[in-house]
Design a protein around this ligand. Structure first.
Ligand code: LLP
Length: 420
């Protein structure tokens, strides 16, 4: 199984020491369940591999931004990678430090930049010349100097799904590496920005080291070129993107990934920043759902569950494969082949296809590897309240986001004026 903290005990799937049957009983379904131990294990794998190097592990908040997840990581000393003022507020609300937070993203607005400056973020990862101008202008108004790095695009193919590859020139992200020296010169001449680092992120769910290594070699070439023209670089941010096992992938372990980077840093005295998201949270969570009906259309069998594409959109959006397990083993039978589908009115509303499962109406299913890009990408499509979220810690379970109620969904709306 891809998720080591989700295991069967006496025929029932548990998260750490808590049975998923009990969680469904107490909190209902659909429900996201996270393992604190899994989060800690994965964060520490990065942190420990970086021993002896000046470093910051900036967990990528977009992967799973629940306050409890951020809290667990902040307590371990995690930094954070954010892409909006909203994520900054979450980090602060969860006890994270702005001074350990880097701000990425192609479309930071002036108010967001001002908020991040006031909070005192560690660095802005700048993605265009226009954004540099805005940061300089806003910093002047706020009376601060903004620490910056450029996110450079090394034109490396991350060989991942096209929607999550970001390191090619055809993608919207970063600045072309050839244009970087001119931009750094411009930044170095600005009064209200301070050049700190070089940043790069080439894509997500990468399962081999090669694209990382290629990108790093190119970026280190840039670091050397900048030093030669009198622009010293203090930190190198290699982004996130390390993949996880969903099915049978064999991604490098965090330690192998860090070792490959460490080798390339050689004698350079650079602080190293990494921004893992999925590699920390992905296998630390599962989506728990109940089968409402079993039905068949001709040859095809469907298990209709109470979770749908609005709860977990990765299968519909990327054709992603996530493991589905019956929470309780009900018999000796191997089961039958089903597509697992939700109640949403779209043919793309599926969570999994062609899975052999021994289930009946009312059975609970766990969709594994759903800790990253699961709840955060969920929506209220079809006026479906979003799922509850539960954090398991040893033998205890904590509700860390209550299930939405329908009235929450239209609380911000109003009818037309009575005289209209
Ligand atoms: N840093 C930057 C600048 C990023 O753009 C991303 C992810 C990360 C770090 C974290 O990447 P990770 O370590 O999680 O691969 N929704 C998609 C993934 C989108 C990733 C976007 N950027 C999915 O469900 O597969």
């Amino acid at each position: 199984m891809p998720a080591e903290f989700f295991t069967y005990v006496h025929g029932v799937l548990h998260a750490e020491r808590v049975s998923l049957e009990e969680i469904a009983e107490s909190y209902g379904t659909p429900c996201y369940v996270y393992s604190r131990a899994a989060l800690e294990r994965r964060f520490n794998a990065f942190h420990q591999a970086l021993f002896g190097i000046d470093h910051l592990v900036c967990y990528s908040v977009k992967a799973n931004s629940n306050l409890a997840v951020l809290d667990v990581l902040a307590r371990l000393g995690s930094g954070f990678d954010i892409v909006s003022a909203g994520e900054l507020q979450r980090v602060l609300a969860a006890g994270g430090k702005a001074s350990r937070t880097v701000f990425s993203g192609v479309g930071k607005t002036a108010p967001e930049i001002a908020q991040a400056l006031e909070a005192g973020v560690y660095c802005f990862n700048v993605e265009s010349a226009a954004e540099l101008e805005t940061i300089d202008r806003v910093s002047r108004a706020v009376g601060k100097r903004a620490p910056i790095s450029f996110r450079v695009n090394p034109d490396v193919d991350a060989r991942t799904h096209p929607y999550i590859a970001t390191g090619l020139n055809e993608n919207k992200f970063g600045v072309p590496i050839e244009e970087a020296p001119a931009l750094y010169r411009q930044a170095a001449g600005m009064e209200h920005v301070e050049v700190h680092g070089v940043d790069c992120h080439i894509g997500s769910q990468q399962t081999s080291l090669e694209p990382f290594a290629d990108a790093l070699d190119r970026v280190l070439g840039l670091v050397d070129a900048l030093e030669k023209i009198g622009i010293p670089i203090r930190h190198l941010n290699v982004g996130g993107g390390l993949g996880i096992r969903y099915k049978d992938e064999t991604p490098p372990a965090p330690a192998e990934y860090i070792a490959a980077i460490r080798k390339r840093l050689e004698e350079r005295r650079l602080k190293l920043i990494v921004e893992p998201g999925r590699a920390v949270a992905g296998n630390a969570g599962a989506l728990l759902t109940r089968v409402i009906y079993l039905k068949s259309n001709g040859e095809k069998r469907f298990a209709v569950t109470d979770a749908a594409m609005n709860d977990l959109i990765r299968p519909a959006l990327y054709g992603a494969w996530q493991e589905v397990r019956a929470v309780s083993v009900i018999g000796e039978s191997a089961g039958k082949r089903y597509d697992i589908v939700g109640p949403v009115c779209e043919s793309s509303d599926f969570l999994a296809k062609d899975r052999i499962l021994d289930i009946e109406p009312g059975s609970l299913l766990a969709i594994l590897s759903a800790g990253a890009y699961g709840f955060v990408m969920s929506s209220n499509y079809n006026t479906r309240p979003r799922a509850a979220e539960v954090m398991v810690d040893g033998e205890r379970a904590h509700l860390v986001r209550r299930r939405e109620q329908v009235k929450d969904l239209f609380a911000l709306e109003s009818r037309m004026p009575a005289d209209g």
